[in-house]
Design a protein around this ligand. Structure first.
Ligand code: HEC
Ligand code: HEC
Length: 330
């Protein structure tokens, strides 16, 4: 009797074992075409000809990133609002600056910003060099003029010497922008489940994530959230709850036609960076996915579709670089 039971178990295990590869093969063929629609993030960020990477520049950028002496009152640093505990972003709806003043917008993650064709929620800055200086100057973020910061830092031998090694000059406004940009080009997360699946690992994503990927593409999310960083960099009209006071692109262009136009944001690591939207008004990912369906696709997504798309968005969470996670304060 026990022998019979045992052999039945053995037979069962053998059958399940045989089923698994077949299920995988079926799933592989069902989703194969999405491999030509989606692309994995490259292993390195694009590097502009005018600012090649070097170990000294990255180190100078890392020091600046974490140093509160870069802010006027010593209250903030880049890392204060863009912290690894929150995947390079922050948990509050809107940023709070050096004197407790509230910014108009939520801080995006710095991770993979190096892959974006423009920076900030309405694409106001074309590159990371300009973005970094903009953040240093910004009235809310740090309120220091980069040349004042340079003067302050040059009084410290470690900054002066490292800048001499990196740029051949003491710290200057240009060196601050370039060093911060160089550091941010190392803050990338190319290792995430979708990327592993796109490179051929069938087991890297769950079935729900694969269904979500199909819905994401077939429903049309991918028309805007395309390319390796899931952003085509275009500006789209979108109005979030409570968003009346932020006119988006029109704030800088003063052009009526640009009112409420915002940049399509990257979706890499999005599961780790709530709350959502430029004013942080949407608390969670299911809420944001539903809102996108309604606002951008003019379609009400079914609960199952929302769940699958959310599962898929979790497959975009990558491993953060060790140098970002392991803080080395000085
Ligand atoms: C007080 C909080 C705060 C500080 C400090 C701060 N930021 Fe930001 N950061 C923000 C906010 C808010 C935004 C969105 C701004 C917007 O769209 O107008 C942002 C946007 C960005 C972006 C754009 C990412 C994208 O997807 O477009 C990058 C990159 C960035 N910050 C890097 C930095 C760097 C480098 C520093 C230090 C020099 C810094 N930030 C300091 C709050 C902050
Ligand atoms: C017509 C272009 C377009 C389409 C289609 C689109 N989106 Fe978006 N998406 C945007 C824009 C623009 C934003 C920025 C909204 C804002 O200003 O906060 C955004 C924001 C998001 C965010 C929030 C990101 C963050 O960091 O806060 C998520 C998540 C998202 N979209 C997912 C989706 C999903 C899922 C779909 C399909 C159901 C989709 N989007 C369809 C343009 C689009």
């Amino acid at each position: 009797m026990t022998r019979v039971v045992l052999s039945l178990i053995v037979l069962g295990v053998a059958l399940v074992g045989a089923e698994l590869p077949r299920a995988n093969a079926q799933s592989a063929s069902r989703y194969a075409r999405y491999r030509s629609v989606l692309e994995p993030l490259p292993e390195t960020a694009p590097i502009p000809a005018g600012n090649p990477q070097s170990a000294e520049k990255v180190e100078l950028g890392r020091m600046l990133y974490w140093d509160r002496r870069v802010s006027k009152t010593g209250a903030t640093s880049c890392g204060f609002c863009h912290h690894p505990a929150y995947y390079g972003a922050e948990p509050m709806r809107k940023s709070v600056g050096i004197s407790g003043d509230v910014h108009l917008r939520n801080a995006q993650t710095v991770l993979n910003a190096a892959f974006l064709k423009s920076q900030f929620w309405a694409g106001e800055q074309p590159d990371l060099e300009g973005q970094a200086l903009g953040a240093v100057q910004s009235h809310v973020a740090m309120r220091s003029w980069p040349n004042e910061v340079a003067e302050r830092l040059n009084r410290l031998a470690e900054y002066r010497e490292l800048s001499l090694k990196a740029f051949g000059t003491p710290v200057t406004e240009e060196a601050i922008g370039k060093a911060l940009a160089t550091y941010m080009r190392t803050l990338i997360t190319p290792d995430y489940p979708l990327a592993r699946w796109l490179r051929g690992d069938e087991t890297a994503m769950t079935e729900a994530q694969k269904r979500g990927m199909a819905a994401f593409v077939d429903k049309g999310c991918v028309t805007c959230h395309s390319g390796p960083a899931f952003s085509n960099s275009s500006l789209r009209r979108v109005q979030l709850p409570g968003g009346e006071n932020d006119e988006g692109r029109a704030r800088t262009t003063k052009n009526e036609g640009d009112r409420y136009f915002f940049k399509v944001p990257s979706l890499l690591n999005v599961a780790r960076t709530p709350p959502y939207g430029h004013n942080g008004s949407i608390n969670d990912l299911p809420g944001m996915v539903r809102f996108m369906g309604r606002e951008m696709l003019k379609s009400e997504l079914a609960d199952g579709e929302v769940d699958d798309i959310v599962a898929f968005l979790h497959a975009l969470t990558g491993r953060m670089p060790e140098s970002f996670v392991r803080l080395r304060p000085h």
